[in-house]
Write a protein that binds this ligand. Sequence first.
Ligand code: GTP
Ligand code: MG
Length: 197
Amino acid sequence: MFAAPWGFATAASSLASLPAMTGLEVAFAGRSNVGKSSLINALTGQNALARTSHTPGRTQDLIFFSAGGTLTFVDMPGYGYAAVGKDKVAAWTGLIHDFLRGRANLARVLVLIDARHGLKDTDKPVLDTLDRAAVSYQVVLTKVDETKKAALDDTVAAVAAALKKRPAAFPDLVLTSSRTGAGLPELRASLARLIAE
Ligand code: GTP
Ligand code: MG
């Protein structure tokens, strides 16, 4: 599944321009710069698939990547701070929430949290939307290569405790690094089970 060549399918800047639904979709959500696009590249093994940047606000539309139609990854703009105007961020945020609560073939949302920072207030609205819409989501900690073990353990415990109160959240966190490849086999296996269901 992940070995198949992945390609860009389409970009959508509004609900009206969403592509037709084919197969299952997995969306990547998270604050600006958390590493969504990098994780898509790391999971697919195609480093130039999604555009990444040091500057928050790189991904500006919903971007659909697919491998043969069975599985589609949806890269999304980040929420929170971005190096673009407030109006643009507000428009993205509306689009993200509408998409997440209304897309019938959205099989799972990966909510990315920077392992150095943990869960922030800016993450909560998306978790609330997913819980209310009963869309299954899994929290993925990113950039674990930048953390020390003791601090990472504290973050994992705090995030896991917060997720216990959230009905649509998977209890298990995945700890990843797109830089070192840590956690990617587990995450791929988890997504493969989703397809097999
Ligand atoms: P927006 O599209 O702007 O919301 O950002 P994004 O969440 O798609 O983040 P992106 O993948 O563009 O990565 C942001 C920055 O984090 C880039 O400089 C990446 O190189 C860096 N980065 C991403 N993943 C990792 C990781 O696992 N470890 C480290 N150390 N840096 C990472
Ligand atoms: Mg991006």
